[in-house]
Every structure is written in C-alpha cells, then in structure tokens.
Design a protein around this ligand. Structure first.
Ligand SMILES: Nc1nc2c(ncn2[C@@H]2O[C@@H]3COP(=O)(O)O[C@H]4[C@@H](O)[C@H](n5cnc6c(=O)[nH]c(N)nc65)O[C@@H]4COP(=O)(O)O[C@H]3[C@H]2O)c(=O)[nH]1
Length: 620
C-alpha cells in the first residue's frame, strides 16, 4: 500500500494549485448500486466532500454502471439536472436512485492531458465501487506535484469518510482505457488483499452451481467461515499483521478443498467455500462437508509466526447443504451465516449445520430487532434499579440501572436476550443514550425528593463505548440532566478493553478526568487479561454471578472468588459480588472481606417508585 500522507484541507488546496489543475472530472464506477438510501447517501457524501475539500473551479461527474459497457442514453430525469454548460449539479446526485441510471456529462473542452487516479472504495471491506479522479492538466508538462495531489486526494477521502486503514486502498496510474477495464475487472470480482474471489463473483458462482445441482440431482455444501480471535490480533498488533494473517489463512484454505471447490473472501475475517456436487446422497454430502470443515478448523488453528512469536486464531464454520426444499440460491449465504452464528455461540472452533430451528431462531432475532427499533421510537423501554450494598454493614452504596421491555406489548423479555441483538447494529447506541439519559434524570429526581442514593451504575455496551461520540454524549447527558459525574459509575465488560486496549484506556481516562468512575462487569467470565487490567483506570471489579451462584456447594468457585478478591486487593480494586441469593453466600463474602454485593438476597431490581420506598425504609 502506498504511503499515506496526513495532510489538512488547506494543504490539499495548495497541492491542487501546485499540480496545475483547475478542473477535475470525477468518475464513479458503481459495482453494487444497491438502490438503498444509505448507499445513495454514501456516494453523495463522497462527492460533496471532495468538492468542498478541494475547492475546485470546475468539477464534472461521470457515473458508470458496473460493466464499463456502452453508456446508455441519459434518462429524461437525469437530463433535467444538467445545466446549459453541460455541468452537473452534484447536489442532485441524491436524486439518482435507479439501477440503470448512467450519467455522462462531458466537459466542453477537449482534454489536453488527463491524470487518472483510481480509488477503489471499500465499505466494510467490500469493494463497492471505484472512483477515478481525472485531473485535467493544462500545461504541457505534468506538474511534479501530481503524485502528491493524488495522494492528497486519497488521504482526504480516507480521512473525510473515516475509512479504516485497511478499508481504503488506492492505486495510482496513468492508465489507458483498456488497462482501466482490466483493473476494474480485477477489483470488481476479486478481493484485493488475498486474491480470492469476492462476494460478487461468489454470488454469481452460487447461482450457477445451485442450478447445476438441481438439474443433476446432486448435493453440494456452502461453508461460511468466520475467524475466532482475529479482531483482537488485528486491533492489538495492527492492520498490517492482521492483513498478513488473512493472506496466510487464504493460502491454507486453498490447500484443502478439491480443484472444483470455490473459495471466496466476503470481507473482514469472513471466508466462504462452495463445495459443488459432493454426493447424490445428502447424508454422505453432510459427512464430507463436516470432515472438510473440521480439517479447515484444525489447519486454521495452527500457529502463525510473527516476529518469531506464535499467534493463534481459530475458526467457526456454518454449513448449509443445497439444493433443499423451499430453498433458493440466494438463501445459501444467509443460512450458512446463521449456522456459523450458532457455531460461535456453541463455543467457537465448532462446525454447525443449518437447520429449520436455527432459521426460526434467526427469524425471532429479526422480529425482536424490528420491534426493538420501534420500541425506542415509541418510548416503550423503561428502567429498573437494583440496590448495591456494603457486604459488612449492609449500608446502601448505589443502584444499578437495568433496562426493561415488554416484547409485543406483552411478555417481559430479558435484556440478556435483546441487548446482544441491539449490539449487532447501531441500535445499541440509541438504547445506551436513552438508558443513560433516563437513569441520570431519575437519579437527579430522587435527589430532589430527598432520597439519597450514593451512586448510579449504568451498563455500557462494547459498541456504544467505541462509538466516536461516546465521550461527548456522556458529557452532554451530564450537563443536560445536572447529574454529578462523581456519582456516575459506568459498567463495561472486559471485551471493551481487550479489543481496543489503547483507545479504551484513553476514553476511560477522558471520562475519569471529569469524575466518572468505571467498573469491570462480569469479571472472570471472559478473557480476564491481567496485563490489561492493571493499566485500566477502573475502580471496581464485579465478580460474575456464575461464580457466586454455587457457593457454598462448589469449592472451586469459592477458590476462584477468593483468588479474585486477593488479586483485587493487591491491585487496589473494590469488588462487587453479583447475584447473591442466600445468607451463606453473603457470610462467605463477609469472611473474604469482599467490599460490595448485589443480588436477590437484598432485593430484585425495582421500579423507580419501589426503589424510593426501599431506600426510605432503609434510612428509617
Ligand atoms: N439469578 C439472579 N439474577 C440476578 C441476581 N441479582 C441480579 N441479577 C440479574 O443479573 C443481571 C445483572 O446485570 P448485568 O450483569 O449487568 O447483566 C445485564 C447487562 O449485561 C445487560 N443489561 C441490562 N440492562 C442494560 C443496559 O441498560 N445497557 C446495556 N448495555 N446492557 C444492559 O443485560 C444483562 C442482564 O440483565 P438483567 O436480566 O436485568 O439481569 C440483571 C439482574 O436482574 C440474583 O441474585 N440472581
């Protein structure tokens, strides 16, 4: 990948001037014109930001369809957007919604020299289009700064669209039209990192193979492979190491299947293998696919060497067989993905075959997701609060806010079920903000009623924590509600830190500086990396309920709790034991000098009104 230059907009302008450019033809070649509002907005953003960033005198645009074929005639709808000077009002781009809208607006002047910068555009690691910058160079000689100009544009796009390093790759070329087509073909059908087929080519292949399998009465399989623990390596050791591992995984995948099997990378750490014509007998086909999947997991799990150090990842594989009743070719990826999700929930490094119960679960998840989306809009979520106490004295030290929701207006559904669904999308950010606002407002309201609650704890999900507006949104909520930051405690899980350690520490420090404190939730249930732990600006560990619930029957759980308490004491953390349900459990914690506890033994989570009564009763 070429060097990246970190330049600012004014610098970009001077580079543009120095390159002797005053006119730029911007060509967008769209591979998957998804016809969605989101996609149109994405393109719109690119165009508008490019224009404002570069302050060019003249910008024209060409929008191609995905074949580079003969450009079709302008549709009347488009022509109305072209003014007399043959230039195109880019703000009108958002008007183009149709699959086959192909726009070609030709600048009036003949070009003397054209500088062609090809910028493939990646969104979530999927190449969704190619952007060409054609700078028209008016002098005879291309200016020496043209290279800087191209890099400046690439850097601008990268920065302005907040693409991750590995999501934007750019090439610089003075390509002839035919070379451009080759380049385009490569970008359109193959993954630029691993050289494997991309999603587009995979979709075409699935369709063809599905038809063949149906016509010839043979059974094939589609394997959806998702790497385990890849993200942690990518984030901690950097994208270059991550990319190296992906290339190596691609090589290992190539070793195993038969010549006729088809391997693709979907983007990120997701790969697919299509195994056509395994057998006429579905059971044999299933056995074969299972064997191959197991072999793949073993091979992928072998160590990767980086600077003399061994790195380990794994893989979870979901499989679907085809053809089957009621199935269409374009169901395959979704089915195998659903099965992969199941394999992950079964504990990683597992193979799982798609079946109809899985489909039902997936449908239920989708139903929950859709209902949840409208529940937020309709303000149907509400909060309960669970008291937290000192282990020794029983004094109240705070409350934990826990979100509640009645699915379909009836059944109360556990946040343990709907929060993970919300976490898969940005929905969790809306929920998180709502919870924080509502909880802080309630806390201040209690104070105004003379109900003294020392501290408010609020759960923050991983995705919410890593949202770029997270710190600002907390500060805004504190300001808006009048909540004292010293009384706000945010509960995060270890995965927040493991996946993006440096960034997480920075975010926590920013908030700690204004008085907000942190607790590490579900401690012991995840990775429990002590090296991260000692660097965290957190005050408290919460021992996961699973270690408390079997006390005093389970001796090893008791030993774990003792060890965590000893370690926490040594490292200066307070400890809250979660899920205390019995007197014996509380007495054990008293003997072990645990600081705080919460659980049904003291109280279940309560509505705001009941919590007020609970506290009044305690305070006599
Ligand atoms: N069996 C038993 N359970 C006990 C006992 N004491 C407390 N619990 C339950 O344990 C969970 C404690 O919350 P958590 O570990 O943060 O675990 C929470 C948290 O991870 C998540 N969650 C809840 N509310 C929110 C929220 O507002 N935002 C986010 N991001 N996550 C939330 O959902 C999880 C489950 O929440 P809940 O269903 O409310 O379940 C709560 C609580 O009702 C006990 O003695 N016995």
């Amino acid at each position: 990948m070429p060097d990246k230059c970190n330049i600012t907009s004014p610098h970009a302008e001077s580079v543009v001037e120095a390159a002797g450019l005053n006119q730029v033809l911007l060509q967008l070649t769209v591979i998957d014109w998804c016809n969605s509002d989101e996609f149109v907005r994405f393109i719109d953003d690119i165009v508008n930001t490019t224009i404002t960033s570069l302050t060019l005198k003249n910008v024209d645009i060409q929008l191609f369809d995905d074949t580079f074929a003969e450009l079709s005639l302008l549709s009347p709808q488009i022509i109305t957007h072209v003014n007399q000077n043959n230039s195109f009002d880019l703000s009108e781009l958002s008007q183009l919604h149709s699959d086959h809208d192909v726009v070609r607006i030709i600048a009036k002047d003949d070009f003397l020299k054209t500088l062609n910068l090809v910028v493939p555009l990646f969104n979530n690691n999927i190449c969704i289009g190619v952007m060409h910058f054609n700078g028209i160079i008016e002098s005879d000689e291309p200016a020496p700064n043209t290279l800087s100009f191209c890099r400046a544009i690439a850097a601008l796009i990268q920065r302005n669209f907040r693409l991750m390093d590995n999501e934007l790759r750019y090439g610089l070329s003075m390509l002839s039209a035919s070379q451009s087509q080759d380049e385009f073909h490569r970008l359109a059908f193959f993954d630029s990192l691993t050289g494997l087929a991309n999603r587009r080519l995979l979709n075409q292949t699935i369709e063809a193979e599905y038809l063949l399998a149906k016509n010839n009465d043979v059974v094939g399989a589609l394997l959806f492979i998702d790497l385990d623990f890849f993200k942690a390596i990518n984030d901690s050791l950097g994208h270059a190491v991550g990319d190296g591992i992906l290339v190596e995984v691609a090589e290992r995948l190539k070793e195993i299947p038969r010549a006729e099997d088809f391997i693709a990378r979907l983007g990120g750490d997701e790969f697919v293998i299509l195994l056509p014509g395994l057998s006429e007998n579905p059971m044999h086909a299933e056995q074969h696919a299972n064997l191959l999947a197991e072999q793949l997991i073993t091979r992928i799990s072998e160590p990767y060497t980086y600077k003399g150090q061994s790195l380990y990842i794994g893989a979870s594989i979901g499989v679907t067989l085809f053809p089957s009743k009621g199935q269409q070719a374009d169901d395959l990826l979704q089915q195998a993905d659903t099965a992969m999700y199941q394999a992950k929930s079964n504990g990683r490094k597992k193979v799982s075959f798609f079946d109809i119960t899985m489909q039902r679960k997936a449908d239920k998840r989708l139903h929950i997701y859709n209902c949840l989306k409208s529940a937020i809009a309709k303000n149907e979520l509400f909060l309960h609060y669970q008291p937290q106490h000192m282990v020794q004295s029983g004094e109240i030290i705070g409350v934990e806010a826990l979100v509640r929701w009645h699915l379909d207006g009836k059944k109360l559904i556990s946040p343990a079920e709907f929060i993970p669904i919300a976490e898969e999308t940005d929905l969790i950010i809306d929920i998180g903000i709502w919870v924080l606002q509502a909880a802080c407002r309630q806390f201040v309201e209690w104070q105004s009623q003379g109900i003294e609650v020392p501290q408010l704890s609020v759960n923050v999900s991983t995705r919410q924590f890593h949202d770029q507006n997270f710190v600002d949104s907390i500060l805004m909520i504190l300001d808006e509600t009048g909540m004292d930051p010293m009384q706000l405690n945010l509960e995060i899980t270890e995965s927040v830190v493991i996946e993006h350690a440096e960034e997480a520490i920075r975010t926590m420090t920013d908030l700690k500086n204004v008085g907000v404190s942190f607790a590490i939730d579900d401690f012991g249930a995840g990775y429990s990396s002590l090296s991260y732990l000692k660097r965290l600006p957190a005050n408290e560990l919460k021992i996961d309920r699973s270690f408390i619930q079997n006390i005093p029957l389970n001796v090893s759980d008791m030993a774990i709790v003792e060890a965590v308490l000893a370690m926490a004491k040594h490292m200066g953390f307070n400890v809250t034991a979660e899920g205390v349900e019995s007197r014996q459990q509380l007495e054990f914690l008293q003997r072990q000098e645990c600081s705080f506890y919460q659980g049904f033994y003291a109280s279940k989570p309560l509505s705001a009104e009941h919590l007020a009564i609970y506290i009044k009763r305690l305070q006599g």
